[in-house]
Write a protein that binds this ligand. Structure first.
Ligand code: NAD
Length: 557
């Protein structure tokens, strides 16, 4: 009998090994990845079905979770399961090449797309927050953001200090599902981090998984530890128990200005994500349910104070950037008119990669055996020896990154490379070099899959920041190309109404058919990034389209 845990028998854990419980590997993969999102080793608060990013959920409630599991176990190879905001709502006869699951999460008609309406519908049990990879079942733990954060900081270090962060101090907030990657990303770049986190348990979790080096409750001690390490050019990460809206202004008052300041608290969600100044985590939980209106007011006030401190640090010489949690827009609501004086990380550091069709390619070994990931790592290093940063990253990841749940890996790959990697993985499965099929997916934070004017599409050259057709086309393209499951969400990292985005996951089981499907998806999905950026007049994207013969009727025929 299948032992994965369920509403009644938790914890949930994905099945491992080569035995199929479903009628095909695509259904089995969806089942394992859904369970993996809620594995206590992987998700942040699995008892509440919360995977990461504030309240990003894998299923609407435990009853829905059980019904999704049952549906996947019964699903035929020519049927498609429909999931509406974490609830299984239909099973339709489709085609063998169609996706096995189609998911739509958190979408509201634009006129009403805000937290107020969302929370009202959530209370009525009609929707759930899907974040990006939570509700689309391809979260791989904190590693999922680690390489992106590492690359972002490496790019920052190249722009400002010629390559690394040695001797530099970074201040940030949040050690949650994604924010927890910051300490390792900074120390891998040889820098020093002080990360302010209000929840002791989150700090302890990052210490346990070796993402974080040390912890203190004292601001003076944190500054001293950071200063000494920076002087000695020794990498160090310190978790400082406290509230960003209190600690950052205090740092400014003390005259302590770091080299870099950013933030990854869940500022995108003023009710369930950000803890206001002056209240502990426990008090916050009580206030949230006893007086949600007051909670929201207090959280927004604190975000304004927090954002002003970031602006003060920038005015005194720190490099400030927004790390995609919408803190600036929240502060603007509270009258911080110059909140957008510091840039988001995409226009500052990531857009050139998007113009190459690069994005957060990730994969998971369904066998559950970490050796399978080691085999895929080596295969990529052999296939792309010229990608020096990728080789450096994979070598470090092998040594320093603990797996959370099913063994997984992330590495940014561009147009052409993703298709090649997918075919290599399919071949490894066919030849028995890895023990079971491999799941290939990505974050929704990708080059051609998202419309998010305060993040991925901030400051587009042609002013098309809020045009959302691209995200819809991306979802449709992935369905047409034969992905195993496709998801379309509102909200993601920046909150309801601020972003629309799509994701795909594709399974390779070693068959020719899986190879063809994977190649089609992994070619067309990043092609959307080239097309989107070429259309927005980015010269490099136009060049890439020409070099690689991507047909764009009014640019490159
Ligand atoms: P999470 O909810 O798992 O963690 C947020 C953490 O912030 C929690 O540990 C919480 O205790 C802490 N926190 C909340 N308010 C605080 C305060 N005032 N002071 C100190 N600590 C506080 O969320 P996550 O998955 O880590 O994501 C963090 C944010 O980053 C979210 O807004 C998310 O949407 C955004 N995000 C960014 C990217 C990116 O690419 N940059 C990717 C994913 C998510």
């Amino acid at each position: 009998e299948l032992q994965i845990g369920c509403g009644k028998a938790r914890p949930v854990r994905a099945p491992r090994g080569v035995e199929l419980h479903c009628k095909g590997w695509r259904q089995e993969a969806a089942l394992r990845m859904l369970c993996n999102n809620l594995d206590p080793e992987c998700g942040e608060r699995p008892d509440d079905l919360v995977v990461y990013g504030g309240t990003g959920r894998a299923a609407r409630n435990w009853e829905c979770f059980d019904a999704i599991v049952r549906s996947l176990l019964e699903l035929e190879d020519d049927e498609t399961l429909l999931v509406q905001s974490g609830k299984p709502v239909g099973i339709l006869k489709t085609h063998p090449w169609s996706p096995r699951v189609l998911i739509a999460n958190s979408n509201l008609v634009p006129r009403w797309a805000d937290w107020e309406h969302f929370h009202e519908l959530e209370r009525k049990g009609l929707t759930m927050y899907g974040q990006m990879t939570a509700g689309s079942w391809i979260y791989i733990g904190t590693q999922g953001i680690l390489q992106g954060t590492y690359e972002t900081l490496a790019s920052l270090a190249r722009q400002h200090w010629g390559g690394n962060l040695a001797g530099r101090i970074v201040v940030s907030g949040g050690l949650g599902g994604m924010g927890g990657a910051q300490p390792l990303a900074v120390t891998l770049n040889e820098g020093v981090l002080v990360c302010v986190e209000v929840d002791r348990a989150r700090i302890e979790r990052r210490l346990r998984t070796r993402y974080l080096d040390a912890m203190t409750e004292d601001i003076g001690e944190a500054i001293r530890m950071a200063g000494t390490a920076a002087e000695q050019k020794r990498p160090l990460s310190v978790g400082l128990l406290g509230n960003t809206a209190e600690v950052l202004p205090e740092m400014v008052r003390m005259g302590f200005i770091p080299d870099v300041v950013t933030d990854q608290t869940s500022a995108h969600d003023e009710l369930n994500g950000y803890v206001p100044a002056g209240v502990s985590c426990e008090q916050a939980a009580v206030l949230r349910s006893s007086d949600p209106g007051r909670y929201v007011e207090m959280a927004l006030d604190s975000m304004a104070v927090h954002c002003r401190a970031v602006l003060d640090m920038k005015a005194r010489g720190a490099v400030a950037f927004d790390y995609g949690n919408n803190l600036r827009a929240q502060a603007l609501k509270r009258g911080v008119e110059n909140a957008f004086d510091y840039p988001g990380f995409v226009p500052a550091y990531i857009r050139p990669l998007f113009c190459e069709g690069e994005g957060p390619f990730r994969w998971v070994a369904l066998s559950g055996d970490p050796e399978d990931i080691a085999v895929t790592d080596r295969a990529l290093m052999e296939a792309f020896p010229y990608k020096e940063r990728m080789v450096r990253w994979l070598t470090m990841a092998e040594e320093k990154v603990s797996h959370m749940g099913l063994p997984a890996r992330i590495c940014w790959l561009g147009y052409g490379e993703r298709e090649k990697a997918g075919l290599i993985f399919n071949d490894l499965v066919r030849r028995g070099r890895v023990k079971a099929p491999v799941v290939i997916g990505r974050d929704h934070l990708d080059c051609g899959s998202v419309a998010s004017p305060n993040r991925e599409t901030e400051g587009m050259r042609d002013g098309s920041d809020i045009v959302a057709d691209w995200a819809v086309l991306n979802a449709l393209v992935n369905v047409a190309s034969g992905a195993s499951w496709v998801a379309y969400h509102d909200g993601g990292g920046v909150g309801i109404g601020y972003a629309l985005h799509a994701g795909q996951v594709t399974v390779v089981d070693g068959t020719d058919e899986a190879g063809l499907r994977a190649a089609t998806v992994l070619r067309n999905d990043p092609a959307m990034g080239i097309i989107r950026h070429a259309d927005a007049a980015y010269g490099r994207a136009v060049e890439v389209a020409r070099e690689r013969a991507i047909r764009i009727p009014m640019i490159n025929r």
